[in-house]
Design a protein around this ligand. Structure first.
Ligand SMILES: Nc1ncnc2c1ncn2[C@@H]1O[C@H](COP(=O)(O)OP(=O)(O)OP(=O)(O)O)[C@@H](O)[C@H]1O
Length: 254
């Protein structure tokens, strides 16, 4: 299949994940174009994490297809997807505790490129210079030499996002980046999310309404594994069926 650069960076078609008789994700279509800021919301158990994991490749679909820049990656392993331009973060930040923030990024760059030259001095200097730039971008420039275990929960989130960016991903999947953050850490996160590379297509699973309305251009609501609605944050906010799902009552009567 060929695809122009104007086509979607990431597409899901008929994506389905079954656990026994239970459909966690049910026939989902989704398109992400370059520069998109797309939020995936829905009540607990709606299938958001399962969908994100299907896109990232950590779980395999029962049916359906995932296409990255025109290439079918449905059967491609997560590490390979990352090397093809699809990066992700986890709900619990995956950082190496004993390494400094900067060395975490050097390791992330090594994992993304898959070469074994990262520890050669010249190569390491190049990766470290890029890593410093990434840390600045997410607001962690002053913590380059701080061991990850000394970073706050919010700073670890930022470090993980910086790590995901080392691959210069075409698509970035963020799994509840604001979970457990408050006040200062939340402000830092929002600043970092606003500064994400403009061309990167971003899909974030998020419960925090402020983060969704601040960042997203498009919101998709999942319910019982299916797409209930897709639209602008305003359209979703005023969508009767969405209100019914969240409030348990028809819109305007709850
Ligand atoms: N490995 C599994 N085996 C059986 N059922 C599963 C499995 N993983 C997820 N599920 C079920 O699939 C449904 C969707 O789960 P998922 O974690 O994707 O929802 P979610 O929208 O991310 O929820 P939350 O907002 O609470 O994180 C849930 O009912 C969950 O219990």
């Amino acid at each position: 299949m060929t695809q122009t650069s104007f086509g979607p960076q990431l597409s899901a078609r008929g994506l389905t994940r079954r656990y026994g008789p239970f459909l966690a994700v049910d026939d989902v279509d989704l398109d992400l174009a370059a520069g998109d800021r797309h939020a995936l919301i829905g009540p607990n158990g709606a299938g958001k994490s399962t969908l994100l994991n299907l896109l990232a490749g950590t779980i395999r679909p029962t049916a359906g297809q995932v296409v990255l820049a025109g290439r079918d990656i449905t059967r491609t392993r997560p590490v390979r997807r990352a090397r093809l331009g699809l990066s992700r973060t986890f709900q619990t930040p995956a950082v190496l505790e004993s390494l400094t923030a900067l060395d975490n990024l050097v390791v992330a760059a090594w994992r993304h490129t898959g070469t074994h030259t990262a520890w050669r001095p010249a190569r390491r200097r190049t990766l470290a210079a890029r890593g410093l730039h990434r840390l600045d971008e997410v607001g962690l420039g002053d913590h380059a030499h701080t061991p990850a275990r000394e970073l706050s929960h919010g700073q670890r989130r930022l470090l993980e996002i910086a790590g995901a960016l080392t691959a210069n991903p075409a698509v970035l999947l963020l799994d509840e980046p604001a979970a457990g953050l408050a006040d200062h850490d939340l402000t830092l996160l929002l600043d970092a999310l606003r500064r994400l590379p403009a061309q990167t297509a971003v899909l974030l699973v998020e419960h925090n309404q402020d983060v969704v309305t601040t960042l997203a251009h498009t919101v998709t609501v999942l319910h019982h594994g299916r797409v209930l609605a897709t639209g602008t944050p305003h359209a979703i906010h005023t969508h009767p069926a969405v209100a019914e799902v969240y409030l348990g009552t028809p819109h305007g009567t709850g």
